[in-house]
Each structure stands twice: as structure tokens, then as C-alpha cells.
Design a binder for this molecule. Structure first.
Ligand SMILES: [Zn+2]
Ligand SMILES: [Zn+2]
Length: 255
């Protein structure tokens, strides 16, 4: 295969590893406690997040919980309604960093995720994780393909993360009128189900983001497989039932 094409294919695969680790581990498990994975699966996800994104889980969780708690207000770290969808799309990584670097955000929203010893030595060092990935790619494919793969992955992952926060709060369809999230099928396909953002805001504690069998929620398919192997314990998965409960309850939509 041509080195450029190979670089793009490898970069796409790495992005998908990052996307699945983000939605399954950071989002559905750590943030919303919608599913609990076996400790071994958690360590694999933890490592995958580290080398593919350098994200510190407690920071991601805090920023995302703040988004749910203050959606579309000035307290929302990345609201298209406040900032405009283009700014959120293009500046998402900087908006994220600004909120993540605020220690009060982590202290208020991620108290359940204290820094661990492995975090101090390894996982809190993004450069180390990303450097490990890049070194591995160079050893496997050579410098040119590794550079293209790494660059393509960085652009695609940052672009898709921005799209969930911008496009899936601005374009697309709404099943539930109770929130500003939207459903964008092509985005769901590329983000392991995150594109069903209207469903997700209506029922944040559901491990399943889709409502129908034909809706693309690859993250949920992986949960079903892990669950059948006794490697995942699903807490909730019925969007409609949870959404009704949220509508009836007056003080929900915190997490
Ligand atoms: Zn949202
Ligand atoms: Zn969420």
C-alpha cells in the first residue's frame, strides 16, 4: 500500500480506538455510570485513552458533567447557542482545555475520580502517552507513514469531538424537545453512537444512545458483546423510559 494511503488508514483506525474509548469509558461509564466494565477492560480503555488522546479522565468527566449541568448557559464550557456553532467546532479543543485546567471544575464535578498513583507517574503525562503511540507507529510503519497517521488521527479526532459539541447541538433532528441536543446519523456512525446526542441529553444515564435497532450505535453493540461475556454490567439502557422519568422529575439533568 502507498505510504500516504496506509497512513490515512492507520490514522482512521487509531481515531476509532480513541472514539470507542471516549464514548464507552470516559462518557458512558465514568461520567454517567450507565455501565460498569470489568477492571481489566477499564485498564485497557485507560491505556487506550492515554496513548490516543492524552486526556486525563477526571478532567474530561468534569468538563462533560458541567456541560450537562449548565447546557446552553454561560456556564456551559462549549455551547453553540452562546458561542456559535462554528466557534465550538473549530475551537473545541481550546474551550475544553480552558475548562479542564480550571481546578475548581475538577474539584466540583469529578470528586469521585481522585488522582491515582498510576496517573501521577504515567497517565497524567499526555506527551508521554502520545509519544509512546508515535514511537510505536514509527517502529511499525516508518517515519513518513507514522507522521501521516498521527496527523490524520489528531485532525479527525479533534474534528469529531468538536462536531458532537457543535453540530449535535445545532443541526440534525430532535426526538425530544426537552433539550438542545440533536441526532445526526452520519456523526453517530463516525463517533460510535455519540451522534444521537438528543437521546443522550434526554436520558444521560442510559448506556444505549439509540432508540431503534437500525440506529447506528456501535458503542452500544460493543457493550452488548462485553455484557454477554460478563465483562460489562449495564445499569440502564431504555432511552424512552428514562426520558419520561426525567420529564416527570423536577430536579434531574445534573449528570
Ligand atoms: Zn451536549
Ligand atoms: Zn453526557
Amino acid at each position: 500500500m502507498h505510504p500516504i494511503l496506509l497512513g490515512i488508514v492507520v490514522g482512521f483506525v487509531i481515531t476509532q480506538v480513541a472514539v470507542f474509548s471516549t464514548t464507552l469509558y470516559l462518557h458512558r461509564e465514568l461520567t454517567h455510570k450507565a455501565v460498569m466494565f470489568h477492571p481489566v477492560i477499564n485498564e485497557i480503555f485507560r491505556f487506550a485513552v492515554w496513548i490516543s488522546s492524552g486526556i486525563r479522565p477526571r478532567q474530561w468527566v468534569a468538563v462533560h458533567r458541567k456541560h450537562h449541568a449548565h447546557t446552553d448557559t454561560t456556564e456551559d464550557p462549549h455551547s453553540p447557542k452562546i458561542l456559535g456553532w462554528k466557534k465550538v467546532q473549530l475551537m473545541n479543543v481550546f474551550l475544553y482545555r480552558k475548562a479542564a485546567n480550571d481546578d475548581t471544575t475538577v474539584a466540583s464535578y469529578a470528586r469521585d475520580l481522585p488522582q491515582r498513583t498510576t496517573d501521577r507517574f504515567f497517565y497524567d503525562h499526555a506527551i508521554l502517552g502520545l509519544g509512546l503511540l508515535f514511537t510505536g507507529l514509527v517502529l511499525l510503519f516508518g517515519f513518513v507513514t507514522a507522521g501521516i497517521a498521527f496527523g490524520f488521527h489528531a485532525i479527525l479526532y479533534l474534528g469529531l469531538s468538536g462536531s458532537v459539541n457543535s453540530i449535535a447541538h445545532h443541526f440534525g433532528r430532535k426526538t425530544f424537545g426537552t433539550n438542545s441536543g440533536t441526532n445526526v446519523t452520519w456523526l453517530a456512525l463516525l463517533t460510535a453512537g455519540e451522534g444521537f446526542h438528543n437521546h443522550h441529553h434526554a436520558a444521560p444515564t442510559s448506556a444505549r444512545f439509540s432508540r431503534k435497532w437500525f440506529q447506528a450505535d456501535p458503542g452500544w453493540w460493543i457493550i452488548k458483546i462485553l455484557s454477554s461475556l460478563k465483562l460489562a454490567d449495564v445499569r440502564h439502557s431504555d432511552v424512552d423510559k428514562l426520558a419520561n422519568r426525567v420529564t416527570k422529575s423536577s430536579n434531574f439533568v445534573k449528570i
